[in-house]
Design a protein around this ligand. Sequence first.
Ligand code: ZN
Length: 370
Amino acid sequence: MSETFSVIARDGAARAGVLRTAHGEVPTPAFMPVGTKGTVKSVDPDELRALGAGIVLGNAYHLHFRPGEELIAELGGLHAFMGWDGPILTDSGGFQVFSLRDTLLEVDDDGVTFRSVYDGAPERFTPELAARVQERLGSDVAMCLDICLPAGTDRSELEEAVRRTTLWAQQQRDLPRAPGQLRFAITQGGLDGELRRRSSEELVALGFDGYAIGGLSVGEHREPMFDATTEAAAFLPEEKPRYFMGIGDPEGVLEVISRGVDMFDCVLPTRTARTGSALTREGRLNLRNARFARDQRPLEEGCPCPACTRFSRAYVRHLVNQQEILGLRLLSLHNLRFLLDIVAAARRAIERGEFLSWKEEALEGAKGAM
Ligand SMILES: [Zn+2]
């Protein structure tokens, strides 16, 4: 089998590459739409494909509780269950457990105990369970269970999170996988360069198929976060894919690409759609606004998405204000297309060796879309 990941072009720290998975190749940089519960909300798999999505993300935490990985395995695995035959990355559930701080009960060297958001019952995640759930789901990329802490956490707590994240990765590394499943580890350390280096070195020494930069985009200011990303990416091997967890605004995406990140995910395009807003080159449009009542233009001039090719802002505004399902669907389709197109254009700019100048130009317009 050929290599899991190849870099085909570089421009500064930015890279264009190909990730090879059991369900096909993914051109990188790649934005992964989030299908938390086995669906990218309101968008069907054929539409996702047509929008240009090459890989989608599923969520081990939610799928474990509802409907359960054994049921999904019995029905042929997550690909068959959700009708998506392309690559799927599943996160381990660590982010949900640690971001729902109120539900945390106890963390120890073997795992974490918390109350399920579904029924409040005490539950426990361990590296073994995280591996098992993702093996049963049959995803193409499985993530290690990690400890992700919010911005502003003190150093001793961050240090303990780094230690346990390594320990858990070590426990998880050689556990059974789905056929062809890749396994990525997640570096931690927040904004602390020394801890980030330690986390990266320990995980790289264990040897994984790829590495994620975790514990950023958790409430810190943007500039220190981007600086930490530059550092965090540099600690990772050139020949392995790098995944920044949880960024999806146009500026953020281009900034992490420029720092050598290959993959990222975020609920932003679909969540923004559900609030009635469209991402456009001129900024974010709140379609609830009365100024769109007679606006016959599409959401974005020239956008090839199903919303922009047929419908006016005035119509979408009407749908949104009447809480019609089609309104939220059209905005989801448009926002995903907008972001996927930016990332595809970034890839082409890297291949041409013009990424930096292209990025400045793209950000001029996108500034207001943050
Ligand atoms: Zn559109």
